[in-house]
Design a protein around this ligand. Structure first.
Ligand code: ZN
Length: 210
């Protein structure tokens, strides 16, 4: 399966000259919610992710996703694994389980995101699961931005916040070059960068913020 082609076809992989929320520039931008717009695409990707997790003999009866970005990917992964699906959300800035969601003591849980950037929200969710007595069996994401090391992928960057002792499963690495504004080769060729999501026709740029 050509993951990059699927993302590009869905309008989830933008190419051009972009201003990221970090202030850096890039020739690529992932708008990962776009690949989840089509349930059939999401189902196909989630099944492939579930196959990778099963092939590694990882067992889990619960998938927990950090809201908002991870909810759909987590739900579809749970369906593909035959597991239950819950999500964590921020209350006064702190990741919390609400709505009656619960984790059984010793329950094996996969923390699932749509995309792992540095893994901050996923790691907070993993800490929350452990605080509730659960065991984090794996991290999962449809796409990996390339800062963390997925099973079979490129090496982790120092900015990765995930627990290195817990495996990360993702379908592909999207490790784009990122440039400081004063060293961006795209500025010379293309002028000012576009901030994705600043135009009313596109949705909010959540992916690069996490
Ligand atoms: Zn630039």
């Amino acid at each position: 399966m050509n993951i990059e082609a699927i993302y590009e076809e869905a309008g989830a992989l933008l190419k051009g000259h972009f201003l990221l929320s970090s202030g850096n520039h890039s020739g690529f931008y992932l708008q990962s919610a776009k690949v989840l717009e089509n349930p059939k695409t999401c189902e196909k990707l989630s099944k492939a992710l579930a196959d990778m997790i099963r092939a590694a003999n990882i067992e889990a009866s619960l998938v927990c996703a950090p809201a908002l970005g991870g909810v759909i990917a987590g739900y579809e992964l749970a369906r593909a694994l035959g597991a239950r699906s819950i999500f964590a959300e921020r209350e006064n800035g702190v990741m919390t389980l609400r709505r009656g969601f619960a984790v059984a003591k010793g329950q094996r849980v996969i923390v699932c995101e749509d995309i792992i950037t540095t893994g901050g929200s996923a790691m907070e969710t993993a800490d929350l699961i452990e605080a509730h007595g659960g065991v984090v069996a794996a991290f999962a994401a449809l796409a990996n931005r390339g800062f963390c090391r997925r099973e079979g992928g490129i090496n982790a960057d120092a900015s990765c916040k995930l627990d290195a002792n817990v495996p990360l499963f993702a379908l592909a690495d999207f490790a784009f070059p990122v440039y400081a504004p004063d060293r961006c080769p795209l500025c010379a060729a293309h002028g000012k960068p576009i901030k994705p999501g600043s135009r009313p026709t596109s949705s909010a740029p959540q992916s690069e913020d996490r």
